[in-house]
Design a protein. Structure first.
Length: 211
């Protein structure tokens, strides 16, 4: 699959440091870091979702159908907002006959020799056109990328454009709310009060905007 986007081999150093944490150097829309601490959190998130779903994806019968091996055909898999790259790597190992591409604003911190030959990662902004991948993928996977998307309707149109006929789109998102161990929403407190967290304040603002 050809692309004008740079691969991680040429851009692994394109990060910026803010208060001791590493962030993508492309855009400021996505607010979370891109360092090893964050990528470890993403790996834990991935493992939790795999346990919840019972596998790497929902609707297994349909996914297996579009990704089945067949003569003269190479299935394509796109992981938008690939993060640590763990989902893309595991999919590449599970489907060695498929081409797997992971896109993100920052490169995954994974050793090159740990990446299967049928998997690659590129730096790209999903808010921009993906027309260079038109009609390329049988499966598109987007998980927890909402906060980095400016226009979700346009984003969905772009994803539809890169899917082949009969392809599958998997969208995964979460509730921007902190909960206690009793699964009760934690109260919003003001700065200076006990229990105040900036992330809780940000999530509360996002939740309010959505509702």
């Amino acid at each position: 699959m050809d692309s004008p986007a740079p691969s991680i081999s040429s851009t692994a150093s394109q990060l910026r440091e803010v208060h001791g944490r590493a962030f993508n150097s492309s855009v400021e829309t996505y607010l979370l870091p891109a360092d090893d601490v964050e990528q470890s959190r993403l790996d834990m998130q991935h493992n939790a979702l795999v346990c919840f779903l019972g596998g790497l994806f929902p609707w297994p019968d349909r996914v297996e159908e579009v990704l089945r091996a067949r003569p003269g055909y190479t299935p394509g898999i796109l992981d938008v907002g690939t993060g640590s790259g763990i989902w893309a790597i595991q999919m590449a190992r599970r489907y060695p006959h498929a081409d797997v591409l992971g896109l993100d604003l920052a490169p995954p911190l994974v050793a090159i020799d740990a990446i299967p030959q049928n998997c690659r990662f590129e730096l790209d902004d999903a808010n921009l056109s993906l027309s260079h991948y038109a009609n390329t993928f049988d499966l598109v996977h987007v998980r927890a990328a909402d906060s980095g998307i400016k226009d979700f309707h346009a984003f969905l149109y772009n994803l539809a454009e890169v899917l082949r006929p009969g392809g599958v789109l998997i969208l995964g998102s979460g509730d921007p709310q902190f909960y206690s161990e009793k699964v009760e929403p934690l109260p919003i407190v003001s700065e200076g009060e006990p229990g105040f967290r900036w992330m809780q304040k940000i999530f509360a603002a996002v939740y309010s905007a959505w509702t």
